[in-house]
Design a protein around this ligand. Structure first.
Ligand SMILES: C[S@@+](CC[C@H](N)C(=O)[O-])C[C@H]1O[C@@H](n2cnc3c(N)ncnc32)[C@H](O)[C@@H]1O
Length: 268
């Protein structure tokens, strides 16, 4: 597939980063799985011992998840295609006195030999931007130590449908083709660049992971927190990824998961 079939991720994210980081409230005090979802302080899916763990984050944005892991004593490398995104993370790391490494890296150009071995590889909603998602997972397998853990949070294929009003009382997601969901196209404000994302069926990811030598530990389809039951302070503590735009979409993500997380251990 030609790179320009998927748009230009780098240009799109360099242009979009400032807005993304200013409208999205992403905590560094917890590990997030996606918008309005509980953080790992409640989900409890991270490896038990974080101190000294060698962690690699792919498509990290500013790397708030890595910043959290580093605050718990992990050794973290934060990677993303966008230098703007990474420099936002570098500022936070400096402010917080946290030591992490940052590296500009395209998911489609990972060189396992150059990056070395890791105990934990994690990524939150970046895989759908890669041209060759299976190859990204294959390289994750190559970079993980045996027994190492992968947390791959990606777009849920059912959410790639269209939200429709059925009648006065009912609305829901219309999925025209689960096996080949339509690709989402996003443009920058001035329409000078765009990106296209791709979702695959859940069974495709699971079978890829098994084929690549992983044991699936858990698949998470998390429900958002009950916004109306929590006050502002509670929300700040337990919901590490939030924005006004996502709050407007709360009725939708209460019914259909926006993300799915594959948690897997490399066994061979
Ligand atoms: C929706 S944001 C998520 C960022 C971060 N993981 C978070 O949870 O805040 C998607 C990220 O993927 C990055 N990205 C997009 N295409 C990429 C690629 N081909 N290689 C590496 N990163 C990419 C973008 O720059 C952006 O930071």
């Amino acid at each position: 597939m030609e790179r320009n079939d998927s748009g230009d991720s780098r240009q799109y994210w360099e242009e979009t980063s400032k807005e993304y980081q200013s409208v999205t409230r992403i905590s560094i005090n917890d590990f997030h799985y996606g918008p309005l979802l509980p953080g790992d302080s409640q989900v409890k899916a991270l490896p038990e011992k974080l101190e000294g763990l060698r962690c690699l984050e792919l498509g990290a944005g500013a790397g708030q998840n890595s910043l959290f892991l580093a605050s718990q004593g992990a050794e973290c490398l934060v990677t993303d295609i966008s230098e703007e995104q990474l420099s936002h993370g570098e500022v936070i790391a400096k402010e917080e006195g946290l030591k992490l490494k940052f590296k500009q890296l395209d998911l489609d150009e990972i060189d396992p030999e150059a990056l070395g071995e890791w105990d934990f590889i994690h990524s939150t909603w970046a895989l759908p931007f890669a041209e060759d998602q299976k190859s990204v997972l294959q390289k994750c397998a190559a970079m993980l130590k045996i027994g190492g853990r992968l947390h791959m949070t990606t777009g849920h294929p059912v959410f790639a449908g269209e939200w429709i009003q059925l009648d006065d009382y009912e609305e829901g997601m219309f999925v025209s083709n689960y096996f080949e969901p339509p690709r989402e196209v996003r443009f920058t404000k001035d329409e000078s660049s765009f990106i296209r994302t791709r979702q695959y069926p859940i069974s495709t990811y699971i079978n890829w992971l098994i084929e690549l030598g992983f044991k699936i530990e858990k698949v998470l389809e998390l429900k958002p927190l009950e916004l109306e039951l929590l006050n502002g302070d509670e929300l700040l503590k337990c919901m590490p990824y939030d924005s006004d735009v996502w709050r407007e979409m709360y009725p939708q993500i209460q019914k259909v998961p926006f993300v799915v997380t594959y948690i897997a251990t490399r066994v061979s």
